[in-house]
Design a protein around this ligand. Structure first.
Ligand code: ATP
Length: 198
């Protein structure tokens, strides 16, 4: 899978529509301090469904929307789009996949996969076992390796599970367990209603 491009609009310092195109090999973002290099990495995490504001270096989610400068008014929406070349790793039958997340200042949030509205859960599921995604290993930030080495073995195991391709099944198992619990609770309720009416 290959990250072809990132489109940003209204995300942090990106007040203008910006398009970053990647080519084969190693790409480096260079620029003076504070020009927005880390904001690009934040944008990638955000579009993949990051909900933790701390990880996005923001206090509230609204802070990721361009908040204006002396010469420019704040914007009311932030939008990031990732375009990925799909070589079969992502379980969708398209050679190219776009993931878009949009957030309005009102708090309304939207996700799209190839232009179709989806839920956050769908975006997360799409990336399970690919090494991409919120808790995966494709984004190695400062201190992340130390953090991985010092975490509890059970937490570290999650990385190996992602690499081994079983996260998707574990998540589905957990979802099935939750459904079972809900169904059992409903059955208890039905039983008590039946006892009452009998
Ligand atoms: P360094 O090299 O120091 O790590 P950097 O190039 O990685 O810097 P970033 O941390 O990506 O820079 O960007 C910081 C800039 O983004 C700051 O100038 C900050 O004012 C701006 N910024 C962050 N959030 C917003 C926002 N919501 N609206 C406008 N600008 C923002």
């Amino acid at each position: 899978m290959f990250l072809k491009s990132i489109d940003l609009f209204g995300f942090k310092s990106f007040a203008e529509k910006s398009h970053i195109q990647f080519t084969d090999g190693i790409s480096a973002l260079i620029g003076p301090n504070g020009c927005g290099k880390s904001n690009v990495v934040d944008a990638v995490k955000w579009v993949l469904g990051e909900q933790a504001t701390k990880s996005l270096r923001a206090e509230r989610m609204e802070d990721i929307i361009f908040n204006g400068t002396d010469t420019r008014k704040p914007l009311n929406v932030a939008e990031v789009t990732l375009t990925l070349e799909n070589d079969g790793v992502l379980p969708l039958d398209f050679p190219e996949i776009t993931i878009r997340r949009r957030l309005f200042r009102s708090g309304e949030s939207e996700y799209f996969v190839n232009g179709a509205p989806v839920k956050l859960r769908d975006v997360r599921e799409l990336f399970y076992d690919t090494g991409i995604g919120k808790t995966a290993y494709s984004i190695m930030e400062q201190g992340k390796i130390d953090q991985i080495l010092s975490t509890r073995p059970e937490d570290r195991r999650a990385l190996f599970e992602e690499a081994a391709g079983i996260t998707r099944y574990k998540m589905r198992g957990r979802e099935a367990d939750r459904k079972l619990e809900r169904t059992e609770a409903n059955m208890h309720e039905v039983d008590s209603v039946l006892t009452e009416v009998r």
